[in-house]
Design a protein around this ligand. Structure first.
Ligand code: SAM
Ligand code: SF4
Length: 342
């Protein structure tokens, strides 16, 4: 007979998928306004609606006790949340006990120069930095409010601190499609992994998404003219499928990942759920169903009610999203990526 007391805790959804990865949007605010992510005039949540850092820590801890092994802080821009290092330092205790295998974050890099050393000290070893172009003017246009130099400064600081970097690039038709090869060569040269993402129909933005959408199947075929792409088993616990990329002219090698929510359904192996800064749990990035964890958190001192609410939510985790990008089509969900956490 199996001794149940020795089994690791695990959260399993109705389709037998183990939920081991929690993404937490610690703020919906950001110092950029990327054209595919946000409208220029955004209404953000009143600050009083936000969970405190202690409450976020408590919720994350319940997830870790239930079997979450990987935790990603995101947003909005996680590094603009006041006091963010208190949360990172506090969550770092779960790395020390081994309950958590990885604590990481996705950032636009603008504030990374201030935080890189402290992140490393707290136990963070890898960061995802979102960067869609290496052209300063184009960067200013895509992010509306950002400056490329600031991101370079953050990347330097990350390298110096010993953080491994993965560059996340959203493939945008007519905007950066001509630069993808240059970016891959640059990432290989710098020792960064490089991941491309298809734009998803999340939230109202000022532009037409059909104008932005570039299927990664097209990008991959184009890259194959000058790069040998060999599928590899490398996994980071996220949705990317990885290839070893070898530049055919100089044999330089690096890793490239493809995140293809539109052209290839990445849902079958989904191991993730997403928590917002108000304590709402989304079981799928592309569906509206959600569970409120704030009420059980605030109405009881112990964690039993929260744990029960999580189990109940996971029992409703849907099989997948129904993203469609077509002209005159409303976004698949009304929330922006910055609300749910990318
Ligand atoms: N501000 C941080 C950053 O930009 O890295 C973290 C939050 S941002 C919402 C997380 C990731 O989502 C970024 O890599 C961004 O490029 C991506 N993203 C935002 N909106 C998207 C969309 N509609 N489709 C695909 N990716 C999107
Ligand atoms: Fe901000 Fe990240 Fe959205 Fe850009 S993608 S607006 S940096 S949250």
């Amino acid at each position: 007979m199996t001794d149940l007391s020795t089994l690791e805790p695990a959260i399993i959804d109705p389709f037998g998928r183990m939920v081991s990865y929690l993404r937490v949007s610690v703020t919906d605010r950001c110092d950029f306004r990327c054209v595919y992510c946000m409208a220029e005039n955004m209404t953000f949540l009143p600050k009083k609606e936000l969970l405190t850092l202690e409450e976020l820590d408590r919720l994350c801890t319940v997830f870790i006790e239930k079997g979450v092994k990987k935790l990603r802080l995101t947003g909005g821009e996680p590094l603009v949340r006041k006091g963010i290092m208190e949360l990172v330092n506090s969550l770092g205790r779960h790395l020390k006990t081994g309950a958590l295998e990885e604590l990481t974050l996705t950032t636009n890099g603008s504030q990374l120069h201030k935080f890189a050393d402290d992140l490393y000290k707290a136990g963070v070893r890898r960061v995802n930095v979102s960067l869609d172009t290496l052209d300063a003017d184009k960067f200013a246009k895509i992010t509306r409010w950002g400056q490329l130099n600031q991101v370079y400064r953050g990347l330097e600081a990350a390298k110096k601190a010993g953080l491994q970097v993965k560059i996340n690039t959203v493939a945008l038709k007519g905007v950066n499609e001509d630069e993808i090869e240059t970016m891959l060569n640059w990432a290989i040269g710098e020792g960064y992994d490089f991941t491309l993402i298809e734009t998803m129909p999340l939230g109202e933005i000022d532009e037409d998404r059909t104008e932005q959408y570039l299927p990664l199947s097209t990008v991959r075929s184009r890259l194959q003219e000058n790069f040998e792409l060999t599928a590899i088993a490398y996994k980071t616990g996220g949705p990317a499928r990885y290839y070893e990329a070898t530049n055919k002219s100089n044999q330089a090698k690096g890793r490239i990942g493809f995140i293809t929510p539109m052209t290839h359904n990445f849902c079958e192996s989904c191991n993730r759920v997403r928590l917002t800064c108000t304590g709402t749990l989304f079981m799928c990035l592309g569906q509206d169903d959600a569970a409120d964890l704030r009420a059980p958190l605030r109405t009881s001192e112990g964690n039993e009610a929260v744990s029960k609410a999580i189990d109940e939510a996971i029992s409703r985790k849907p099989k997948g999203h129904d993203f469609i990008i077509e002209r005159n089509q409303a976004p698949s969900v009304n929330r922006h990526m910055s609300t749910t956490g990318g």
